[in-house]
Write a protein that binds this ligand. Sequence first.
Ligand code: ADP
Ligand code: MN
Ligand code: MN
Ligand code: MN
Length: 393
Amino acid sequence: MVGHIPLEDVILVRIQVPQPKNIMAFAINIFNNLINTLMVHSLITAEYIWLDGQKPTAKLRSKTKVIKGPVSQVSEIPMWGFDGSSTEQAEGHFSDCMLKPVYFITDPINKAPNILVMCEVLNADGTPHPSNTRHVLAQVAEKYKEHDAWFGIEQEYTLYRKDRPLGWPDHGFPSPQGRYYCGVGFDEVHGRPLVEAHLKACLEAGLLISGINAEVMPAQWEFQVGPLNPLDVGDQLWLARWLLYRLGEEHQVYAKLDPKPISGDWNGAGGHTNFSIKSMREDGGMEVINKACEKLKQFHKQHIRVYGADNDKRLTGKHETCSINDFRYGVSDRGASIRIPMAAANAGKGYLEDRRPAANLDPYQICTALIETTCGDGFDSDKYHWSNFEPKA
Ligand code: ADP
Ligand code: MN
Ligand code: MN
Ligand code: MN
């Protein structure tokens, strides 16, 4: 029938050609539109995001600066400051701290060209603030860069509304664990609208999220970041956490990174850290992986000191964990401290999974510890005055 459609029905868009007397007005209109476009694009919002000085676990803070945009390199983003006395980073009488932009992504909530900016905190004199764990990792990553370390972090978290895990009854407990992991259905999973909005936002922002899944305890979820180099995995994990909290505001739900939010027969929340260096990924890599495990055994206590507050409540030896007082490694062993994935064992090369870090881990500290132990002489948390958990002697 196409041949019979009258021509006037096919022309869907009529081009408005200005009459001669309106040409001037037409030109002015185009000019004004152009100026408006340029004006809008010359001012953008940059959300400056940083870690505060709270102990034992740092918390994210952020504030908005209107800057000239669009931005194509981090060096174009200006330094800024904040009141360190409100974030446990300075005394009231000398309270200024500096924010040094180190990494940025598209702001998936306010959309391009607006941006989210990860910052390091500096003292007023420009030296790194003691809470600035990223600065330490930057030096360690540079020192061992020929090893080409990759990290993939599995971030588990628990969604809450009004002090109860999302979807849990006001009193008592849901039916026991068993059917919730990777579940589907209103009786099994809670919070998927937020979880999926978060995944989409992360991807739109350019974060390398490799997957998401519902976890063993109802209202518990996981996303994975990586594999990425040490600084990128740290920056991206912190930004992905910020987006989760920020989007939660819109769903009236908040995420907790508590390693053991509900005591008893309920799984805790971890931050399994998958790690490899170049020689592990090449032929003969399994020997390197085994050597790394032996070295990690030697430095177990030092690692545990930076693997998250309250991690002893999670690493009990139950619920797919190894006791915090033991160190074991094994192929495909989810009750070990370090699991060598089956695929790596079969291929004879690949990566290892450190299952000890808690959900409230600071990725800058975890990456520092893993690189120094496997590529260097070992990790000493005292060297950096780092400790968020004190293991028994
Ligand atoms: P699990 O089976 O423990 O739930 P996941 O699929 O949740 O594992 O997470 C595995 C993680 O390992 C992903 O973040 C992935 O990017 C990361 N990973 C894959 N290969 C490597 C590698 N060679 N080095 C470091 N991390 C890796
Ligand atoms: Mn996982
Ligand atoms: Mn998991
Ligand atoms: Mn895992």
